[in-house]
Ligand binder design. Structure first.
Ligand SMILES: C[S@@+](CC[C@H](N)C(=O)[O-])C[C@H]1O[C@@H](n2cnc3c(N)ncnc32)[C@H](O)[C@@H]1O
Length: 727
């Protein structure tokens, strides 16, 4: 959005000329004249968004004439009409003047802004001059707004102007587009803007707003969702499409009328696309539709430059960034970004191919490999060397199970109130209920990034996606002369639920701990943390059962049925104010079957020593979270040292699990230790699964395992209000 300029203030101070005065002025705008304040403001507004001064003056003059010197039209919405008009005029210049235009416009910062068109259309009658006169080689796209489908979006339709492509692109009939180029600072400064597109090179985005009506039905889900076509920015390929293929006039014609190809566009969905191009090597594109899909595509352009490029094994490529992610899974890299991840992926892709080439020996011509589409990705069948990688944050409704509905993320800023209190790392919305005021909302700033991994191809990740874990018949995938079957039993059934038997055993540990093996430490870190000088006798640690999920070395991918917890939250959760005085609690908005994964318990992994020191430091403050001791496997270590005794402290950093309240008996959740990225039993994850069928809106509770009689515990126990029989 444009930064608000001080026109209103000037009006108040009466510095604006009269209409008559403006008429005179408009007829005489020139660089030599002393401009009036209206002009100064208008020019400043335009130059601040990177438009050349001279062009602004000329167009302003013309526009004033068109609007009969009515400045109110020009000033409205921060000179939207003027900006639009300038762009329009520049696009319609003669070819030779285009050169001037291109150079002057490219010099401007190449960040692109998305405007909220519909919102503005309702505000007033500004008639942007652009829509009908849109140049053919320019397209607009609505903004990507990650939002909760259940709520009204902030902006239903917005448009983004991008630079002209060297290839003709279809005209897009967008209701009221507006376009600007902004400096990075302006965009960052502008709280109202919904910027998703950063570009330092030309990029094109496409939109087909015609297919607007929403339809439902599962058949749709089989259809690729996007109408994205990245541009080819290279001048040497201006007779080719973005894949480097010759563009025939027929196909050009077709595209002019419809920017999304048939196979790409999903019926009934309006895609909103944006494109990010960081360097010539790769394009990252993001598209969303009103149906709730988001598609992220990566185009590895460097591959196009190589005539001998042959496609590497995609599964292997996908594993590379996964492995990288998994390695930093314990402690999330603060600089982690999807964009970086995607670029890494591109890098792996190219490297892997290079290695293959080397292995094959020089001069060896690669046999053309059959296309290997990524599962559910919108691979263009024409693409020989370019693969789309799709990340879907999809509101896919499963015919099998309603709990897999995955709404969009909604940032706190999105609707002006925090509908999603969870860090965007979570893939599902966690609504808040119970207070309208921001103050009522539990601390959000300290909710840490979930340790959930980026999910590739969400559609495949739904828990009811009956994807079997691995190729259990032969984990070598035919690489060996003999089959090597996998005998290991997985903890999950195909629907992603914990197996009954396994769950029963875990529950039994809680319900009848005396029946199960305990490990007693000689020098118990727990006891020592209570009394360093005179530690009590170890009360024993239960030998817990672990879920071992697949990891980077398994050879499977993230969609494997044995990767449930690492795919993150998939059920719709809500944080609400409990009626019983327990404060905030969480519940599910949908029925959950027994054994369903709900969320992880995220916190800082600290040693008992560190925790002890923290407790001392915080002794004045009442802490509200209990550290969870990671003692599930203490028994396997002879003489566990204090440094190795770990726990999860969610006091400062945590996720939605910090709102789970305690219930003495019949809690709806059970925590199960999960090994994900490492076979090390120290750094395991704690995942919550439903211990029984849970109805929608029923509170999700967990037995904290607190000894309410233990007054020596460093953290004071609360007065339990769970109301259960065993309380
Ligand atoms: C992990 S937090 C749970 C979220 C908390 N209710 C909130 O509003 O942020 C744990 C704290 O919640 C409260 N709590 C949890 N379970 C409770 C229960 N059964 N009865 C009373 N208070 C409870 C206690 O104050 C406890 O220290």
């Amino acid at each position: 959005m444009l930064n608000k300029l001080p026109t209103a203030d000037l009006k108040k101070t009466g510095k604006l000329c009269s209409k008559h005065c403006r008429q005179d002025f408009s007829d005489n705008i020139s660089t030599t004249m002393v401009p009036n304040q209206n002009e100064v403001d208008a020019i400043r507004a335009m130059t601040e968004i990177g438009l050349p001064d001279k062009a602004v003056r000329t167009r302003l003059k013309e526009l004033l004439k068109m609007y009969a010197d009515d400045w109110s039209h020009i000033e409205r919405e921060n000179y939207r009409a003027l900006a639009d008009y300038i762009f329009e005029c520049e696009e319609h210049k003669e070819p030779d003047t285009n050169k001037v235009k291109e150079s002057s416009f490219r010099a401007a910062p190449q960040l692109q802004l998305i405007h909220d068109v519909e919102a503005s259309s309702s505000e007033g009658e500004v008639k942007p001059l652009s829509c009908k006169r849109r140049a053919q080689n320019e397209v607009f796209t609505p903004q990507l707004h990650l939002r909760d489908k259940r709520k009204e979006p902030v902006s239903k339709k917005s448009c983004l102007r991008v630079e002209k492509s060297e290839h003709p692109q279809p005209e897009v009939k967008c209701k009221k587009p507006i376009s600007c180029q902004f400096s990075r600072k302006q965009i960052l400064d502008s709280k109202r803007s919904s910027v998703i597109c950063l570009s330092n090179q030309k990029s094109n985005v496409h939109l087909d707003p015609k297919s607007k009506e929403l339809t439902s039905g599962h058949a749709q889900l089989e259809v690729p969702i996007s109408g994205i076509q990245p541009i080819d920015s290279s001048p040497v390929r201006n007779e080719e499409n973005w894949l480097g293929h010759k563009v025939h006039s027929d196909s050009k014609k077709k595209n002019e009328g419809d920017c999304a190809t048939d196979h790409q566009r999903r019926p009934g969905s309006t895609m909103e696309n944006a494109s990010i191009r960081e360097s010539s090597s790769s394009d990252l594109e993001i598209a969303s539709s009103e149906l709730g899909e988001v598609k992220v595509s990566l185009h590895c352009n460097d591959a196009l430059e190589r005539p001998d490029f042959s496609r590497p094994d995609l599964d292997a490529i996908l594993r590379m960034p996964e492995e990288k992610c998994l390695k930093s899974y314990k402690i999330m890299d603060p600089n982690f970004s999807i964009k970086k991840l995607m670029k890494d992926l591109c890098h792996y892709y190219l490297n892997a191919e290079t290695k293959t080439q080397k292995n094959k020996g020089k001069g060896l011509v690669n046999a053309v490999q059959p296309p290997v589409p990524l599962k559910n990705s919108s691979v263009n069948p024409e693409a020989n060397h370019v693969h789309d990688l799709t990340i879907l944050e999809s509101s896919v409704k499963s015919s099998l199970n309603s709990r897999t509905q995955i709404p969009r993320l909604l940032s706190r800023d999105g609707l002006g109130f925090p509908s999603n209190i969870v860090h965007p790392a979570e893939k599902v919305l966690v609504k808040t209920k119970g207070g309208n005021d921001d103050k009522d909302i539990p601390e959000c700033s300290q909710l840490s990034k979930s340790r959930s991994l980026v999910v590739f191809n969400q559609r495949e990740c739904n828990l009811d996606g009956t994807r079997p874990p691995h190729n259990v018949a032969d984990i070598s995938k035919g690489a060996e002369r003999v089959k090597i079957p996998l005998a290991s039993e997985f903890a999950y059934i195909l629907e992603g639920l914990v197996k009954e038997k396994f769950l029963d055993e875990c529950i039994s540990l809680y319900q009848n701990p005396q029946k199960h093996t305990h490990i007693y430490c000689k020098d118990c870190p727990n006891e020592r943390s209570k009394n360093e000088d005179l530690p009590g006798k170890c009360k024993g640690h239960l030998m817990r059962k672990f879920i071992k999920e697949c990891w980077s070395k398994c050879g499977c991918d993230i969609q494997c049925g044995n990767r449930v917890v690492q795919r993150g939250i998939t059920c719709n959760l809500e944080v609400f104010l409990t009626g019983e005085g327990k404060g905030w609690g969480i519940r599910s908005l949908e029925n959950l079957p027994r054994g369903a994964f709900v969320c992880e318990y995220v916190g800082e992994i600290v040693t008992n020593t560190e925790l002890y020191e923290r407790n001392l430091r915080n002794s004045g403050n009442k802490r509200h979270t209990y550290p969870v001791t990671l003692d599930a496997d203490w028994g396997s270590e002879a003489g566990l040292k204090d440094e190795k005794a770990l726990c999860l402290d969610a006091t400062v950093y945590g996720n939605v699990a910090r709102f789970i309240n305690h219930r003495c008996s019949d809690a709806t959740l059970i925590d199960i230790p999960v090994e994900i990225e490492t076979p090390d039993h120290h750094y395991y994850h704690i995942a919550f699964f439903t211990s029984r069928n849970v109805e929608a809106l029923e509170e999700l509770t967990w037995d904290y395992g607190i000894d309410f009689q233990d007054h020596a515990h460093p953290i004071e126990a609360f007065q339990c209000l769970c109301g259960s029989k065993g309380c």
